[in-house]
Write a protein that binds this ligand. Structure first.
Ligand SMILES: [Zn+2]
Length: 423
């Protein structure tokens, strides 16, 4: 084999190993992974030895450096150099990838690279006995993508199926959460979706050369729910500071949130192996949300606490009276948030208590009710919203133009992920 071929092959291997280490942070590579060593040959240069290692759980940087061939004294100096080049030792992630580079003739490494964060590298260079550290920021580039998916069982699965090829796990989850946030006054993503419902999302995506992906702002979205479509358009102007409006120009923000738990808190299981909801509304005139004990419970609207305490089967319970006369009830709580007492004013989205299993509950979940004139009502009907404040008259034309352009971009014929041409 020609030396040139060996060089290319080895560099490809190194690039692959680095890309592998970078691509899936979180989670970082398995800390138990054995360090790998690679010899790289460059024509006319002394041969280099590269060692790929990861910081073990609870392990110090110093011990990793020593394992990589540094003497005790040199390891101490390398750690000092890292600290003076901005490395905060208390914030080093366990599993952090570390590359140590040494000349083949030299047993002690002369270059060390720490993958401090997905977009931050720290290089340490040795000359003689002295180590010098230098930080490198990895540049992100941003583009725009359209993701189209169809609900089979839930939003996570649909996002998984349509984004699997183009977006890493973390990015798909982030996109599902952001989409739920955009619709949080209109759609309870854990309860309202049905098989065949369809979403289209136009979102900003940032990527690094090594393949790390971060989802940015959702620019526009369309959700087809049981045949009717709710579009969401991000619009900013002189009087509107970046907010979502539906296709009729009404704010996506309304008087009530559709669910007392954030969608991202309901099930942390990505891929939806288990349906996150227990039981149905008709069975016991309430809605149950499965979530871990301690998950924050939020007031779905502004109001006054009219009950805070023990309510037999409900266990620890909070009731809030809202301006329109509705009362919302939150049961089986593990504890109440500080400052929440009978007579307290609470505002929409405020944490009022925490999920538990007090009272007649077999496992941790939130029992939620909406009462109108003292009678339990189906929240899907009681909380149905046609939207909040409309776009100011003077800006309707501008909104119309923005909307038409964004909705046209959303209307790609394919499913899955489509990268839009840069404009
Ligand atoms: Zn219940």
């Amino acid at each position: 084999m020609k030396p040139g071929f060996v060089r290319v092959a080895l560099y490809s291997l190194v690039a692959l190993a680095l890309a592998g280490a970078l691509r899936f942070t979180p989670p970082l590579p398995d800390p138990e992974r054995k360090p790998a060593e690679v010899f790289a040959v460059q024509a006319g240069q002394p041969a280099w030895k590269l060692r790929f290692d990861t910081l073990g759980k609870g392990e110090s940087l110093q011990s990793l450096f020593k394992r990589g061939g540094l003497t005790e004294a040199s390891a101490v100096r390398a750690v000092q150099a890292a600290a003076s080049a901005s490395l905060d030792q208390r914030r080093i992630p366990s599993g952090m990838p570390v590359t140590l580079k040494s000349q083949a003739a030299d047993s002690s490494p002369s270059e060390i690279t720490l993958q401090v964060a997905i977009d931050r590298l720290l290089h340490l260079h040795r000359s003689g006995d002295a180590w010098v550290g230098q930080e490198e920021r990895v540049p992100w580039t941003t583009d725009t993508i359209v993701v189209v998916g169809t609900i089979v069982s839930n939003l996570y699965d649909a996002m998984d199926a349509s984004g699997k090829r183009d977006l890493p796990d973390g990015a798909r989850q982030q996109l599902a959460w952001s989409l739920a946030d955009v619709y949080e006054y209109r759609v309870d993503m854990s309860r309202d979706l049905q098989k065949g419902d369809e979403f289209r999302v136009l979102a900003e995506r940032s990527v690094t050369p090594a393949g790390a992906v971060r989802i940015g702002k959702i620019v526009a979205a369309a959700f087809k729910l049981s045949g009717s479509v709710i579009e969401a358009i991000h619009f900013a102007s002189r009087s509107v500071s970046g907010e979502y409006f539906d296709q009729t120009g009404k704010s996506m923000r309304a008087a009530f949130l559709r669910a007392p738990l954030e969608f991202r808190r309901i099930s942390s299981v990505f891929g939806g192996r288990e349906h996150p909801v227990l039981g149905g509304w008709r069975m016991h005139k309430g809605t149950d949300y499965a979530a871990n004990t301690g998950t924050p419970v939020r007031a779905i609207g502004d109001g006054v606490v009219v009950r805070e305490g023990w309510g037999s089967g409900y266990g620890n319970v909070v009731e809030i009276r809202h301006r329109n006369g509705f009362v919302t009830r939150y049961g089986h709580l593990s504890r109440f948030a500080s400052g929440v007492h009978t007579g307290s004013r609470v505002s929409i989205g405020q944490t009022i208590a925490f999920v538990g299993s007090t009272g007649l509950a077999t496992g941790p979940h939130l029992h939620f009710e909406v009462l109108v004139n003292g009678q339990q009502r189906d929240p899907r009907v009681a909380l149905r919203s046609a939207g909040g404040d409309p776009i100011p008259t003077a800006e309707r034309d501008e909104f119309g133009r923005v909307k038409d352009q964004l909705i046209a971009s959303l209307d790609t014929p394919t499913s899955g992920v489509t990268k839009l041409a840069q404009r």
